[in-house]
Write a protein that binds this ligand. Structure first.
Ligand SMILES: C[S@@+](CC[C@H](N)C(=O)[O-])C[C@H]1O[C@@H](n2cnc3c(N)ncnc32)[C@H](O)[C@@H]1O
Length: 238
């Protein structure tokens, strides 16, 4: 049975995150994806993107991979500062929307678990709100390591765990109660129930750092944004 059959009308992935389901789900939200980000994050997403770019410390002429780039908004924020950015994503719907929004970017269809690039291609790799959606977190982090040059860096921008207990309680309530009605603005509201569930099931800051270490990244450090709603993890390829 397809996962959508067990939920409200529309299409969504389950927490086993099969690539076909994830791709279908993003195909179905692509046209309003960026608008919903602004609404649901109360505009915070713009600040989170600026901090992600700052953590990458991009230099003119460097080659960077923005994995799970979606509609290219994360890639554009980076490309504006000088590096050459490859925007890779699984969902053709998101890529099509990205191409319409940012025709100047290089988009490519790619699965995070089987990247179509030789070893040590990029100076840096980054992934914003994408790693949580990949079936095999460790496998994706290993693939990202493989395509990064020695001494290169990774920045993972992902939802995380608010560090203050009282705030965490308020935030979890927002995810479970306020977010689904707001998601009716989307052409595919069930995707936003998946969003809430996948955030709540995702490892906290230290947990993700452990997986990055296991994948082979070194010097892992993280920065909490908006009290830990989002965390930026940075690491280096030995
Ligand atoms: C929440 S969007 C993030 C898009 C963009 N990075 C941003 O910051 O707005 C997550 C993206 O991850 C992509 N994705 C999920 N699983 C993937 C995989 N295995 N390989 C590549 N992309 C994947 C989806 O297609 C979707 O476009």
């Amino acid at each position: 049975m397809h996962s959508a059959d067990r939920h409200e009308p529309g299409t969504r992935a389950d927490l086993d995150k099969r690539a076909d389901d994830v791709s279908d789900m993003f195909d179905a939200i692509a046209t309003r994806y960026d608008l919903l980000n602004d609404v649901l994050s109360l505009g915070q997403d713009r600040q989170w993107r600026r901090k992600t770019v700052a953590a990458l410390e991009p230099r003119q002429g460097e080659l960077m991979l923005d994995l799970a780039a979606g509609t290219g908004t994360s890639s554009m924020a980076l490309a504006e500062l000088g590096p050459v950015v490859v925007a890779a994503d699984l969902s053709y719907g998101m890529l099509r929307q990205g191409l319409a929004q940012y025709p100047e970017l290089d988009f490519i269809n790619a699965d995070a678990l089987q990247l179509p690039f030789p070893d040590e291609t990029f100076d840096a790799v980054t992934i914003s709100y994408g790693l949580r959606n990949v079936e095999d977190t460790l496998g994706a982090l290993k693939e990202m390591l493989r395509v990064t040059r020695r001494g290169g860096r990774v920045v993972v921008n992902e939802f995380s765990t608010p560090t203050n207990r009282a705030f965490r309680h308020v935030y979890n309530n927002y995810l479970l109660r306020a977010l689904p009605p707001l998601a009716k603005l989307s052409p595919n509201p069930p995707a936003y129930s998946y969003l809430a569930e996948s955030i709540l099931a995702w490892p906290d800051q230290a947990g993700l750092a452990d997986v990055m270490l296991e994948a082979g990244w070194e010097g892992i450090e993280w920065q909490d944004l908006s009290g830990g709603i989002v965390a930026l993890h940075r690491g280096w390829r030995p």
